[in-house]
Design a protein around this ligand. Structure first.
Ligand code: URA
Length: 212
């Protein structure tokens, strides 16, 4: 069963979403507030990783029973919009390896097609934080997961982190890859006839990278 982890919203998160969903928000603010949300979601994604128990000694000479990460991790961004999430991941995971996957829709078949991938050599032994801010139809992320599985990554070791998801995309993706954990900020109403998420945010990549 897929875990769709949609952390309970609070006023801070709702305020950030309100700012980035507003069509009148200036680009510099869109980037700033998206980055804040991305950072929160990445922290939530890290919460989904396995931990083991460990004991340390504090400066008072006492023992403290704590936890530590129990697995190696890496990031993989889906180019182009997913690259906007790399800085947030690097800010919380020192020296993390980050791979890239580029998928585009084939003009003839309208199906997602892999154009490029560059992944850490030992990715099969890692948990993967897969980054793409929008889960619309789910076709692109499903193709990205296929690439990871072909490279030996276990399906249950993939955590897909995104800002906004459409119910259609969640349904399609989870029926194909039920063991992947999804961490999403907000689940919207539906896709429109152009396959944009509504109410949505518009084209995330264009707004973030200034290519509108
Ligand atoms: N990608 C986007 O950037 N926005 C959408 O609404 C759907 C896919």
């Amino acid at each position: 069963m897929t875990t769709v982890n949609n952390p309970k919203s609070n006023h801070q998160v709702a305020g950030l979403f309100t700012l980035i969903r507003n069509k009148d928000t200036k680009r510099e603010d869109f980037i700033f507030y998206s980055d804040r949300l991305i950072r929160l979601l990445i922290e939530e994604g890290l919460n989904c990783l396995p931990f083991s128990e460990t004991t340390v000694t504090t400066p008072t000479g006492c023992e403290y029973n704590g936890v530590q990460f129990a697995s190696k991790i890496c990031g993989v961004s889906i180019v182009r919009a997913g690259e906007s999430m790399e800085a947030g991941l690097r800010a919380v995971c020192k020296q993390i390896k980050i791979g890239k996957i580029l998928i585009q829709r084939d003009e003839q078949t309208a199906l997602p097609k892999l154009l490029y991938s560059k992944l850490p050599a030992d990715i099969a032994n890692r948990h993967v934080l897969l980054l793409d801010p929008m889960l619309a139809t789910g076709g692109t992320v499903a193709q990205a997961v296929e690439v990871l599985i072909e490279r030996g990554v276990k399906e249950e070791n993939i955590i897909f982190i995104n800002l906004i998801a459409a119910p259609e995309g969640i349904q399609f993706f989870t029926s194909k890859y039920p063991k992947v954990t999804i961490v999403t900020g907000e689940i919207d109403e539906k896709l429109n006839e152009k396959k944009y998420i509504v109410p949505g945010i518009g084209d995330f990549g264009d707004r973030y990278f200034g290519t509108e």
